[in-house]
Design a protein around this ligand. Structure first.
Ligand SMILES: Cc1cc2nc3c(=O)[nH]c(=O)nc-3n(C[C@H](O)[C@H](O)[C@H](O)COP(=O)(O)OP(=O)(O)OC[C@H]3O[C@@H](n4cnc5c(N)ncnc54)[C@H](O)[C@@H]3O)c2cc1C
Length: 433
């Protein structure tokens, strides 16, 4: 009788989850578990917790959905609070589990968690699965990844590299160990109460308190289908720099980040859409943006820990920092209306358009002369779509400490305001002018 643990990380789904399918096929008894790491509520050196109320709430809905889905297979999601290395070690010992299966995450803390587990004698089988393209299909070795995104994309497209087809959901999920049924239900309800008491703003571009935008694979797939049924890919390139509303961009990111939806499922649905309704610049540009997402993942495979140094990959001096200016930026009280409006939208809703993420990040780094890592930490705390690779990669890129050939992106605030909020409606919306 083989008992295995499946540790859900940022892959909160059952479909197109190769690591989970592999655990299902090898186990007689399977313990699906999610660890609530108390680290996320401890204050960082920047003075705030790593996971704010918005992401906690979105995560809670994701976990509920996953639990319900597992229940339909006669299983359940066990939610445990504690450091993963301790929680999983205890669980493996208590139930005599042969191994922990999980997805691989190529970021330093996430890798350290696996090392710690292995160091304690737990067998861990981690599979890479969060990118659109399979790293094994790339026409270059990991270390030869081009340092310029355009070169990466051009090589991929010229070589005709396609993502693997998404996998289906498992036919069956092995049952929990018999003595665990009660425990699964009990511990689950205990941890969910942690997430009570959030507020959400009805001006949000990602109103996650509404059923259509809530966490979980159910809402994610329904969102994808309605996005395609309304033929929004055809206008994506024209609208993607918008600031307000639910339709100007795809809004896939919160579900991609939690893993409720896989990039490969999106891609497969997009290809079906293009066969039925035709491809154009807009539908192509969604692939283009998903390639950016992959690029930041592959950069982690190439550079790892170096992406987390204050200097990043550059030989620039260690960045300066002004804590007072940083706090005003976080609160949306810098006195620059477009920046303040964006920062308030972020804090009130947990979401911000890509355009304004770029504008506020540039302002923090290049105008307020603050440390890019403080900005990245604030985004980690606030964003419901926080993704370690995309957040780190984009912040490095704007700071000029990543692989950007232009040595950083400084946005001209006046021009951005003219181009994207000429009538002032966005600023009025968030600053109550
Ligand atoms: C400073 C900064 C920090 C960011 N932090 C995150 C983060 O933590 N998590 C996150 O998912 N995205 C992050 N992004 C990227 C981007 O802003 C969001 O992915 C996008 O706004 C999400 O909305 P959407 O799904 O409607 O995007 P769309 O415009 O509809 O794009 C479709 C998908 O393509 C991918 N994508 C688009 N732009 C980028 C990009 N620049 N980098 C990587 N992937 C991209 C996303 O997966 C997105 O869901 C950051 C950007 C900046 C400038």
């Amino acid at each position: 009788m083989i008992t295995l643990i499946y540790w859900f990380r940022h892959d909160l789904r059952l479909s197109d989850n190769a690591a989970f399918l592999s655990a299902c096929s090898r186990a007689d008894r399977l313990i699906p578990v999610f660890c609530h790491d108390p680290d996320v509520s401890i204050k960082t050196i920047w003075g705030f917790e790593r996971m704010g109320a918005h992401r906690q709430q979105f995560l809670a809905a994701n976990l509920d959905d996953l639990h319900t889905h597992l229940q339909s297979y006669g299983s359940a999601l066990l939610e445990l609070t504690g450091e993963p290395r301790q929680v999983l070690l205890d669980l493996a010992r208590e139930y005599d589990a042969a191994a922990v299966f999980c997805e691989a995450i190529a970021a330093p803390e996430e890798e350290a968690a696996l090392h710690a587990l292995r160091h304690q004698g737990v067998q861990v089988i981690a599979s890479w699965q969060s990118s659109l393209l399979d790293p094994d299909d790339l026409p270059f070795a990991e270390q030869e990844l081009p340092d310029v995104f355009t070169q990466f994309r051009t090589v991929i497209e010229a070589a005709g590299i396609k993502p693997p087809r998404p996998l289906g959901a498992p036919e069956s999920v092995p049952p929990l160990p018999e003595q665990m049924d009660f425990l699964a239900e009990h511990r689950r309800s205990r941890s969910v109460t942690v997430c009570a008491g959030h507020i959400e703003d009805d001006r949000s571009s990602f109103p996650y308190s509404k059923a259509e935008f809530s966490g979980g694979a159910g809402a994610a797939n329904a969102h994808l289908q309605q996005y395609l049924a309304r033929k929004l890919p055809h206008t994506y390139k024209l609208t993607r720099n918008g600031l307000t509303g639910t339709d100007y961009s795809t809004k896939f990111s919160p579900w991609l980040a939690s893993g409720a939806l896989s990039a490969r499922s999106i891609h497969a649905a997009l290809k079906t859409f293009e066969r039925e309704y035709g491809a154009n610049d807009g539908s192509y540009w969604i692939w283009f943006e998903l390639l950016w997402r992959d690029y930041f993942r592959f950069l982690h495979l190439k550079y790892g820990q170096r992406l987390y140094a204050a200097r990043g990959l550059s030989d620039l001096p260690v960045p300066p920092h002004d804590d007072e200016a940083f706090i005003l930026w976080c609160k949306g009280e810098t006195g620059e209306e477009l920046v303040d409006a964006g920062m308030r939208e972020l804090a009130m809703t947990g979401y911000l358009s890509n355009r304004l993420r770029q504008v506020v990040a540039s302002y923090l780094i290049h105008d307020l002369a603050c440390d890019w890592r403080a900005g990245a930490a604030w985004f980690e705390s606030q964003l419901i779509d926080y993704d370690v690779y995309s957040n780190q990669g984009n912040w490095l890129y704007i700071s000029g400490r990543g692989t950007d050939p232009r040595n950083g992106r400084r946005f001209n605030l006046q021009k951005q305001t003219r181009d994207h909020d000429a009538d002032g409606s966005y600023r009025r919306r968030w600053l109550s002018l």
